[in-house]
Ligand binder design. Sequence first.
Ligand SMILES: [Zn+2]
Length: 266
Amino acid sequence: MDVKDKLLKIELPGHAFYKEEMTGRTLTELEVKKLAALTHGDNIKGIVQLLNDAVSNDLFELYTDDFWYLMWWLRVQTFPSYPIVVPWTCKCGAENKSDLTADKLKYIDIPEEFNPLHAQVRLSNGELISIRPQKVKDEFDVDAYLKQRMIKDPDRSIKGVLLDLACLGEGKTIDDLYKSYKAGNFSTEDFFTIQGFKTLYTWGVNKIADFSCYKCKEGVSVEYEVTLTNFFPDILHREYLKQRILFNVPSTPTEEPVRDDGLQRV
Ligand SMILES: [Zn+2]
């Protein structure tokens, strides 16, 4: 059976927030090759577009926490033998490299009262405005907006503002929101509230794992960083590759073979 025909149901942590159920499949060899090229080119949007073909729903419309859950799903399903390796230094000074296997992943549940479809914040000017967690598309929409408007943003601070604004006012465009911001409708405190919302309402895979030091055996909670460009396995993961590559060594003959000339060598 072609890998493309084997669709599995994926239960996203935030599945209740989407209209449709998600199904997906493991990545094909061709896709993994394309993925490697996109990764080396640092083409994040290209990576998301490529992965979009492996799942039923539009990845750009996912909340980023569900997107990252899905990335883990794709990785573990496609490469079960190649865990992410987390380098960390123990208090005793030992340099560790620990395997982030599926059983090491920790999850944050969605707070019970939370529903992004009905969340609102009150702005300093008294206005109530809808708010939602960040979606995958926001990052790309904001980049496109900055480029289209030729807005110079060397320290990426305007991008940060636009990413916060993109979570507000269902149906409003980034342009609407930016104009409203320029007109002074959002206070510094409003941005603090938006960032607080983003921090309080997160879910999915928590980027902390419990490892123990190979040397002193002490248990440590280690925070790790993953990005789309270091997420999928690399050929440089040599230890794991070597476990899977076998060389069939012929068994040693017990007797000295008889040479063609019929004489035994001493
Ligand atoms: Zn140690």
